[in-house]
Design a protein around this ligand. Structure first.
Ligand code: SF4
Ligand code: SF4
Length: 445
């Protein structure tokens, strides 16, 4: 058997829950009659709306302009008329943020100069990054970090190794698996373009061994490529976290205390992001749609779909059918996804899965019994029990001392906790509270 790699510390083996949709080809859904395009759906500064009520827009037209380098443009996913610029709920934060509401005219007319083949062979790397920036590409694995920033590493930290992250370790999510099978050559093309931009000599496609058909497809496609390796990864959560993937393949450790993959010469993009980067460079195609998995025991017709950004999540669920007893919606998978209080939210670039559960209930939380399981399974070697208690007591000095800001919110600690403590919830609360205090201090100074 070929050697498989993994990260050395912590991790868990949750039930995969992928069988229901992993064999289902991606279907392109009909665009909805109306979309709500949020201005804040990425890491960094929210975009600024550049259209107003009654404006006519074409598909791909800029409707929200990035504000600063760490920000991202947003574009019209359909052609039509701007019905309103008003606030809608952002599912990631639960807060209302400005959104451009567009009534679809069904014409699918692209804005001039977009969605057309570009002369890539003679294109300079700087122009490629400019196109990625212009097209509003962000990390589609859920992180939503603007891709043009990642593609502009500082000169003092050159990139040697570029990864396509095909681990898809989150239970229930199968869309990256399908993209790898259905767009193998395009993923390879995207990887090569990224290697060209950052002048990296080595490429890797990292895939967990529970996707042998994808591993096989890439081994075939890359049979003559000496500079790109396909790496079969052990099935272990969170194998797809950047840090864990890099350590598994290269043995290098991303420094703690705010270190980045670039500090160890690495750059990681997930499968869907690699394809979006390619679309931006090859076709000047803005990111106006994304593929995602819709699944869970509360969904009648599960599957993998391409949906327009801004589509109503409630509309998707209605179309796929809810089963009796469906009572919980999670955007993302069961480990890192965010439970929603309402389905009345628009789809954003970072949504890789909609999970609907039935008969779900939140078990009562008990006191910590100091069993140490959370420490044993934390892939970052943190002290989740102490950390969550510090957050509960609102002792922020202690929480920072315990490296709260290093936590990647992977959920391994909460998954193994016999006392069902809501460790990640408390850490998220702690991080949000600290951000708020810093912002207030800045305003006051
Ligand atoms: S959520 Fe944070 S503390 Fe918990 S296991 Fe993951 S990294 Fe560690
Ligand atoms: S796993 Fe739960 S009960 Fe055990 S030490 Fe961690 S927080 Fe406490």
């Amino acid at each position: 058997m070929a050697k498989t790699m993994t990260f050395p510390v912590g991790g868990v083996h949750p039930e995969e829950g992928k069988d229901r949709t992993s064999g289902l080809p991606i279907r392109v859904s009909e665009p909805p009659g109306e979309v709500a395009v949020l201005m804040a759906q990425h890491i960094g500064a929210p975009a600024r709306p550049v259209v107003k009520k009654k404006d006519r827009v074409r598909k791909g037209q800029l409707v929200g302009e990035a504000q600063g380098f760490i920000s991202a443009n947003v574009h019209a996913p359909v052609s039509g008329a701007v019905k309103a610029v008003e606030e809608r709920i952002y599912s990631v934060t639960g807060r209302r943020v400005p959104a451009v509401i567009i009534e679809n005219d069904g014409q699918e007319r692209w804005a001039r100069g977009l969605n057309e083949p570009q002369d890539v062979e003679s294109m300079e790397p700087a122009r490629m990054v400019e196109l990625v920036h212009e097209c509003g590409v962000v990390g589609l694995g859920g992180a939503t970090f603007p891709s043009h920033v990642k593609l502009s590493p500082p000169a003092e930290t050159p990139i040697a190794d570029v990864f396509v992250n095909g681990a898809e370790c989150e239970p229930c999510a199968t869309v990256d698996h399908r993209l790898m099978l259905e767009h193998t050559d395009d993923v390879v093309d995207g990887l090569k373009l990224i290697m060209r931009i950052v002048k990296a000599p080595n490429g890797y496609v990292g895939i967990e061994r529970n996707k042998p058909d994808a591993i096989e497809a890439f081994r075939k496609a890359l049979a003559d490529e000496a500079s790109i390796r396909v790496v079969a990864l052990q099935v272990k959560y969170p194998q797809g976290a950047e840090q864990q993937l890099i350590t598994a393949v290269t043995g290098r450790e991303v420094p703690s205390q705010g270190g980045l993959p670039g500090d160890v010469g690495c750059l990681v993009h997930n499968v869907a992001t690699t394809l979006a980067v390619r679309d931006a460079i090859r076709f000047r195609r803005p990111l106006v749609e994304r593929a995602l998995t819709v699944t869970g025991d509360g969904i009648e017709n599960a599957g993998n779909f391409v949906e327009r950004v801004g589509t109503s999540v409630a509309g998707i669920l209605e179309r796929q059918g809810l089963r009796e007893g469906a009572n919980q919606l999670i955007l993302g998978g069961p480990m890192m996804g965010i439970a929603q209080g309402t389905a009345d939210v628009p789809l954003v670039k970072g949504n890789n899965a909609l999970l609907v559960l039935r008969g779900a209930r939140i078990p009562p939380q008990r006191d910590c019994i100091h069993c140490g399981r959370c420490v044993e399974h934390c892939p970052l070697g943190l002290m989740p029990a102490e950390l969550s208690i510090a957050c509960e007591k609102q002792d922020w000095d202690a929480a920072v001392e315990l490296n709260m800001l290093e936590c990647k919110e992977c959920g391994c600690c909460a998954y193994v906790c016999p006392a069902k403590r809501r460790i990640v919830h408390m850490i998220k609360f702690g991080k949000a509270e600290l951000r708020l205090r810093k912002a207030r201090a800045r305003e006051g100074s």
